[in-house]
Design a binder for this molecule. Structure first.
Ligand code: PEP
Ligand code: MN
Length: 266
């Protein structure tokens, strides 16, 4: 069933945006220096609008780097102050959400594992009630468009109007060269059900490897998506998470030069 949510077009809440919505930054913030240096490099290209940096990391299995925690919010504030980039991070529970709001972040996003849990989404939506937060929602790890829509409905019931979908692929159910299976039909279905929802693509978590990023990003624009969230690290070989899929800022700019890009449509 289609849903008529009160969703604000991107151009209303980001009037200065005349490019597709491009958000870039490290998978994880690791040190102040890494966060700042990567941001300074990214900010040199006006095509980059927002800076992403994970501070609480949802690792599939324990035992690896799980994020730098709340101190990372201070670094995001510094990035914003120094570069003017809009800054955002992933929130996965009420406490993260409260802290991110208090830090004045511009964008919060709900990760794929969290979107799969209506309890988690509701908990986040309850904290956001009555705020004018901008919330991006990644697709759930499983290709369930109703579950994805349900997250937008929960946020909408809390009065959230600045919402964006992020297609980051689905846990593969058959052999694929990609880390996560890009089911473009799910995007088409979401657009049919929620025609006014801006949707961007996260080619990094779909591709899983740098070499496939370009083809996934191009496909996203060819399908009519409104932008990209791309992982970029000043030195991907040393990254504490997702090392194989991150691009240096310079390589990201080269990829952008090659892409045939459309502007935001919703
Ligand atoms: C991320 O953006 O670093 C991340 C953990 O993504 P996802 O929720 O898509 O797995
Ligand atoms: Mn990542």
């Amino acid at each position: 069933m289609a849903t008529e949510l009160d969703i604000r077009p991107i151009k209303e809440w980001l009037p200065e945006l005349n490019n597709p919505l491009l958000i870039a930054g490290p998978c994880s913030l690791e040190t102040e220096e890494q966060a700042m240096d990567t941001a300074r490099q990214l900010a040199k290209d006006p095509r980059v609008f927002g800076y992403r940096g994970g501070v609480w990391k949802p690792r599939t299995r324990p035992g690896s780097f799980e994020g730098i925690g709340s101190i990372g919010l201070e670094w995001l504030k510094m990035v914003k102050q120094e570069t003017g980039l809009r800054v955002g991070t992933e929130v996965a529970n009420a406490q993260h959400t409260e802290e991110a709001l208090k830090a004045g972040l511009d964008i919060l996003w709900i990760g794929a594992r969290s979107t799969a849990s209506p309890f988690v989404v509701q908990e986040i939506a309850d904290v956001l009630k009555g705020t004018d937060a901008t919330v991006m929602v990644k697709n759930p790890v499983n290709p369930d468009v109703q579950l994805w829509m349900g997250a937008f409905e929960r946020l909408s019931r809390s009065g959230i109007k600045n919402m964006v979908g992020i297609h980051r692929g689905f846990t593969p159910f058959r052999e694929t060269k990609y880390r996560n299976y890009p089911n473009w039909k799910t995007f088409i279905e979401l657009r049919r059900l929620m025609p006014n929802l801006p949707v961007i693509c996260d080619p990094s978590h779909i591709a899983g490897k740098r070499e496939y990023l370009f083809e996934v990003a191009q496909k996203a624009f060819d399908m009519g998506m409104d932008g990209l969230m791309v992982e970029s690290h000043r030195d991907p070989s040393c990254a504490l998470s997702d090392a194989g899929q991150q691009l240096t800022p310079a390589d990201l700019f080269k990829m952008l030069d090659k892409l045939v890009i459309r502007n935001v449509s919703v």
